[in-house]
Design a protein around this ligand. Sequence first.
Ligand code: T4K
Length: 377
Amino acid sequence: MGSSEDSQPPIYVTRPQLPPLAEFLPMLEEVWNSRHLTNGGPFHVRFEQALCEYLDVPHICLFANATLALVTALQALRITGEVITTPYSFVATSHALLWNGIKPVFVDVDGRTMNLDPERIEAAITPQTTAIMPVHCYGQPCDVAAIERIADTYNLRVIYDAAHAFGVRTPAGSILNHGDLSVISFHATKVFNTFEGGAIVCKDLKTKQRIDHLKNFGFVDEVTVVAPGINGKMSEFNAALGLLQLQHVGSALAARQRIAQRYLAAIAEVEGLSPVLPEAGEGHNNGYFPIRVLPAYPLSRDALYERLGQAGIHTRRYFYPLISSFPMYRGLPSAAPALLPHAELAAQQVLCLPIYPDLSEADQLRVIEVLRQPAGE
Ligand code: T4K
């Protein structure tokens, strides 16, 4: 490693996008003056409405984070028994099942999309199966039509973990309108952030009301509690920030698209590297830029991760280790590595490169240079 590399500022896998502070201060002042800090205040109401419009979805319930939203989504649909899900995700997906006393049943992913492989779902259905919880991994839409056919045939509910899928659209419209419920994340590392935050997208007012009760301890009114709910509410601070972030999300998505397109062009020239998401344009949110490091590349995935790290470039091996390999899951019959070959391979090969709206072209070139010449000049 040369000394010029040492002196370069670090590049992170992501950096949160924030609006100009001056635009947020008047909103903060409004919260301060109103003393309405949480429990469904005016910013909460406005942010829900604005999100429904922006995302083109019928109803939204805001949450303090997506993990609480996943836990509550399962409660809202009264899911029990076994739920079919993917091992190739962030642990929150399966943890939400365990927190509800539900048994996760892991099914392998499609080796091309990294999403739950619908062809393998049917074989995993048992009399205890009540739902499917797929993930739109890296914002890549699942095969929603195939999943819906299976769910209809076996009378299963579908809850999409859409934590990565903010704003993702297909020719049929928002990806968030599929399944019974979809859960999005507004965590700092996501395409759209409220520091911490999340939401459930649902289709009818009755379900929204049930979810709103569940996220507020089960309270329906001052003296009536209808369910053992949780405290999952989003505060006015986060809701106000979200409302402001919506005004800037268009330019942030456009910047991400330019960065993804530059990576796509550069990586096409490097033998042994291949993009997981072959397109960056219309409908994609470019929240992640995952690549596969194939045997033809001079370094292994882990060696490349180290090499980039030495150059001050912090990448992430999302999603390694697989969820199914963690101690609380690995004893499950469905967690056997031999049953999950595509997920196992992806966990060994995939590396997520830095991508965020403020990533300068010069910094991106630093990343690309290491990918092209991992051994240095
Ligand atoms: N389902 C799926 C499929 C998910 O991916 C996630 C979350 C969830 C559910 C649950 O959503 P939430 O309950 O979080 O709303 C991160 C995030 O913590 C997590 O939200 C996310 N998925 C996961 C994929 O990534 P880490 O442990 O990799 O984050 P961390 O803190 O190492 O941050 C990564 C990089 O981002 C840092 O190197 C620097 C940068 N960063 C991070 C933060 C937090 C900043 O520059 N500023 C920041 O404030 O998990």
